[in-house]
Design a protein around this ligand. Structure first.
Ligand SMILES: [Zn+2]
Ligand SMILES: [Zn+2]
Length: 204
């Protein structure tokens, strides 16, 4: 499995492009700059296979409409975030309002698998930063794509619509149970690992 991480847009939200031998790409959190994502796919001759949104915030979803003009794929989002994601409230210039995609898949509970293009990931629901936030655990690869739930040395804020500190605290307990060697791609900033966050992150 290959992964490319790009910081996109004014908020530099990390977008992960993930693919395997089948050359079918997952795009996780296309937050802005669709042309950069599409140019990467073209360079590597990858087909856009599926989009997964870790949570509803505009800095993680705003390139979605442009990607769907290239190819209509399934778009995964937890149902608890759906009412926020495509609301006009979920935007701030220069980020546009995101239209609801036609192939929106709202299923996905804790422990469910998402499988596409020869790659699979297990969902760990981690509400708190948003009501429907989740992390993607690529178990074979020891990789966690954490969205804004966990950062290197910090955690996601809980003062935005639908956020809850108590809920986030419970979610972090789940992440602490993962193997120390699990690499963590964070929603912003550098990558980390569960082991080093357990050592130095005061919230863990
Ligand atoms: Zn963010
Ligand atoms: Zn966020």
């Amino acid at each position: 499995m290959n992964i490319e991480i790009m910081g996109l847009g004014p908020y530099q939200a990390n977008c992960s492009i993930i693919w395997g031998e089948a050359q079918k790409a997952w795009v996780v959190d296309p937050g802005a700059e669709a042309e950069r994502i599409l140019a990467f796919l073209d360079d590597r001759q990858l087909t856009l296979e599926v989009v997964v949104l870790t949570h509803y915030h505009f800095d993680h979803i705003s390139a979605l409409n442009d990607l769907m003009e290239r190819r209509v794929t399934p778009v995964y989002l937890h149902h608890a975030d759906a009412s926020y994601a495509f609301s006009p409230m979920n935007s701030m210039p220069p980020y546009p309002v995101t239209r609801k995609p036609v192939n929106l898949v709202l299923e996905g509970d804790d422990g469910d698998l998402i499988e596409h293009g020869g790659i699979s990931t297990r969902i760990i629901t981690t509400p708190g930063h948003t009501p429907g936030g989740w992390c993607l655990h690529f178990e074979k690869e020891n990789l966690l794509v954490a969205g804004d739930t966990l950062f290197a040395g910090s955690v996601g804020r809980t003062d935005l619509p639908g956020g809850s500190w108590e809920t986030l605290t419970e979610s972090l307990k789940k992440l602490k149970k993962l193997p120390d060697e699990t690499r963590v791609v964070c929603g912003h900033g550098p990558a980390s690992s569960i082991g080093s966050e357990k050592q130095r992150n005061p919230y863990l």
